[in-house]
Ligand binder design. Structure first.
Ligand code: AMP
Ligand code: ZN
Length: 406
């Protein structure tokens, strides 16, 4: 997890410690354990996880003796919870076009900065310029074509999501680390006056008088499809099945993992959502995958589609990830990033079984809980992956993209 904060940190104020994990970490889990170490302690600037060694780069100014003694124990807790007794998921590859030849091999970020195509407002928060916007609009048109091919009904969903709804779908237990809370000042003239006079930012953020903020009722939405399920809750499904599409802002706090356009706090997702019987959802998820396979072929994207799991938090990880894997609930579209010889998830094909149907009381005509699934694309990521493969010289771009983006 190389990151901005570690690059900013003064080398004299950083400390590196290394130690062996309490149980060996299998290779297929090192990345997932490493990403969770971002949430272990505020003194961690970056971490590297190998099977038999963990290296932590720490902010010395935050490292009190108390913190240090507790730190290793907390890291081992993560390792134990995620790695002990874990079994290797069978990775199922549905499509493999990683060997498609693409013309570009550089990291697109420096070029994006020099062209003023990105402005980083803060960690994980970016403004995107005209080129990125046009590429996103182009990919959006492909995803909207997909939605149209299913005659999906268009929806617009809020950016805020009520805490009481997220609670119903167990979100606090599964993904507490990535939540983004929203509040407001208490409705009290003294509180508001006091805030207006004393609120001030320092390098760590906003300082406000104690007791300024109201209890959290709302969060920033971490996904798009949940809003459809809330709208369909507590009643029989209209017509027995629903196909919908929407684009929306999503928020996932990813701590020091927030790097470049690869991992954002504030990003945009287009989803096509299926609600109905098990067969209806699974068949349409598969048809969507096959239609996107053709679209990606037209533009020569290098990628593969393989089984995956959601980034559940530590305590839930082993059980939930194994469950998703066993029931083939999630497949990711992983685009090649040639400059770092790795891949980035630009979309996913998901099946939630009757989880939302049960928790939100969405029912089929026979009274049983509805099944749900969604196809979700990350718009910033797909534009970034496209530039990482095709670069900035438009004459190298696939002809279909050249025709649309002048
Ligand atoms: P998921 O629901 O987790 O499968 O997310 C759907 C898609 O959203 C992913 O395949 C990514 O393309 C995108 N996405 C998820 N998290 C982030 C993030 N932190 N930053 C940017 N894009 C993201
Ligand atoms: Zn979804």
């Amino acid at each position: 997890m190389e990151n901005k904060q570690s690059q900013k940190a003064d080398p004299e104020s950083t400390n590196t410690i290394s130690f062996a994990p309490v149980v060996p970490i299998p290779d297929y889990l090192t990345g997932q354990v490493q990403s969770k170490l971002a949430y272990v302690d505020e003194s961690i600037l970056s971490a590297e996880v190998e099977s038999d060694q963990i290296h932590l780069h720490l902010d010395a100014s935050r490292l009190t003796p108390q913190v240090q003694s507790h730190l290793e124990e907390k890291v081992q807790r993560v390792v134990e919870s995620m790695a002990k007794g874990a079994f290797k998921p069978k990775v199922q590859v549905l499509e493999d076009y990683m060997d498609r030849e693409v013309p570009y091999t550089q990291d697109p970020m420096p070029e994006l900065y020099s062209r003023n195509e990105v402005n980083q407002e803060d960690d994980g928060i970016y403004t995107l310029g005209p080129l990125l916007t046009k590429i996103i609009d182009y990919f959006e048109s492909l995803f909207i074509d997909l939605a149209d091919s299913f005659e999906a009904d268009p929806y617009r969903f809020p950016t805020l999501i009520p805490a009481k709804e997220l609670e119903k779908v167990n979100y606090f237990r599964a993904f507490p680390h990535s939540l983004s809370f929203v509040t407001h000042l208490r409705e009290d003239l003294d509180v508001i006056d006091n805030f207006a006079q004393h609120a001030a930012c320092d390098e760590h953020g906003l300082n406000a008088p104690d007791g300024s903020f109201d209890q959290v009722q709302s969060l920033l939405s971490p996904a798009v499809c949940y809003h459809l399920y809330f709208a369909l809750a507590d009643k029989p499904l209209p017509g027995g099945q629903v196909t919908a599409t929407a684009v929306g802002k999503c928020f996932r706090y990813e701590a020091i993992n927030l790097t470049s356009l690869e991992r954002l706090w504030d990003f945009t997702m287009r989803e096509v959502i299926f609600v109905g019987s098990k067969d209806f959802v699974l068949q349409n998820r598969e048809i969507a995958r096959q239609r996107m396979e053709k679209a990606f072929e037209r533009i020569g994207l290098a990628y593969r589609v393989e089984s995956a799991n959601d980034p559940f938090f530590i305590g839930e990880f082993r059980k939930q990830a194994a469950f998703q894997s066993a029931f083939q609930l999630k497949y990711e579209i992983r685009a090649s990033l040639p400059f770092k010889a790795s891949t980035l998830a630009v979309g996913s094909y998901n099946y939630h079984q009757d989880f939302f149907g049960r928790h939100l009381n969405m029912t089929l005509p026979d009274g049983s809980p509805a099944h749900t699934g969604c196809v979700a694309f990350g718009l910033e990521r797909i534009a970034y992956a496209f530039l990482a493969q095709y670069g900035f010289n438009k004459s190298n771009w696939p002809s279909e993209v050249q025709e649309v983006i002048k």
